[in-house]
Write a protein that binds this ligand. Sequence first.
Ligand code: UN1
Length: 508
Amino acid sequence: MESTINSVIGSGGGTFESGQEYLSRNPARLDDVVARVQLGGPDALRAAAKDARAAQREWAKVPAPVRGRVVASLGRIVEANKESLSRLVTREIGKPYAEALGEVQEIIDTCDYFLGEGRRLYGQTVPSEMPDKQLFTFRMPVGVATVITAGNFPVAVPSWYLVPALLCGNSVVWKPAEYAAASARAFAEMFWRAGVPRGVLNVVYADGESTYEGLEGALHDGNVNKVGFTGSSAVGSKVGELTGRYTQSPCLELGGKNPMIVCDDADLDLAVEGALFSGWGTAGQRCTSLGNLVVHRDIHDEFVRRLDTALRGATVGDPTGGALFGPLLDQKFADNFEKILGWIQPHHTVLGSETTGRITGSTPRAGFDGDPEAGLFYHPVLVDGVRPDDELFMQETFGPIVGVTTFENLDEAIEIADKPGYGLSAAIYTTDPANAFRFREGIGAGMLSVNNSTSGAEAHLPFGGNGKSGNGSRQSGIWVLDQFTRWQSLNWDFSGQLQKAQMDVATV
Ligand code: UN1
């Protein structure tokens, strides 16, 4: 069954269609159309931001604990629909069902965390340097948040923005990825059912160019106060430039080339398991996916042998079954991955599969589960002999491919690991705490793991990166409140005189 989705849902109405229709297809069975999406032109986002502005004032007047109750109710609605939402995510983006369940759980965890924040959202009382005067701080909503998200985590990552933004009294314009349109709509419906007024959460579907133009227009109109963006580093830097022109600092969660250092004292089986999950799980399509294995020279051969065996034994295929990974997200990602396979050089050794590229009837794979011709399935690839200057080492791949590079001492490993200039997530496998601490101090990433993989961050820790991975902003947990509120100070003088700061210090 397919559904039709209009370019703008939630807010006032009007016609913003650009005339372009996008078919959101099941990437495991391309003939299965999940939704027909009417893409909007630049006016769509601009109009939605105007409606969001109009709705925000009333929403901000709703007491924060009551907004917290709406978040609590959202969590319960998501919980009650956990299986159906997960099934839709699996159908629309090809994420294995077990991972989709984990993704939906991440929303429930986010709601559980923030529902109590409605009763906190603390400000401070601060002593004054003058008598009979009291100082206070308050958290104010920023106003209208425009949130642009990718489709690899079509509901959990949006929840990291939407839930705290709404809780803090902001209204939201959400532009989800078109290839995850139906999942986004199903999730938005849950907000509205939970009690978020329709104009307070507005969903817009548009292509990249119209989104950029619409955002520019909405910023010009003064109807956007905060932009949250999850996507590529290239687009993130454009969003940074655009918002910078309006003296705004966006919340950017961008790409990663996440390294895993495997020391000579590591538990190799544990490291293989971690590499398999974060390198090829989710078809390598997480921003936290493993990009570079940086392996100690002395254990390199044994580690690569074990990883190669594990990868050859991994099941690829039908995401509703037990496969390690399913198809790539969408044709655009498949085309990009074909280009990335061209980065394999003659000095590389390709392992993990007999061949690279799309899995078809004529390039079968042992243990493939599903119809290879029906979807965007690719062979997993392990590339040995990668050098730190290779494109494969330096660039994000967003697909089921991981390279191996060697090192001799830990300082060198840390330097190599940071070379691509991203800084999202990084892992080390070692049994020596001293190695772990040196890694913690030296590495540039925002999220670290010791003896665990690069993916799988928990929802109440700060999520985010540095360098090409972001501008240092953090999502999730308490830290995201600084994205969606502004500090306001108040000084209250009850002395009955004009007291001047910095003037009376000598007389006290
Ligand atoms: C992403 O790919 O954009 O840490 C987010 C993880 C997940 C979130 C990934 N909790 O891998």
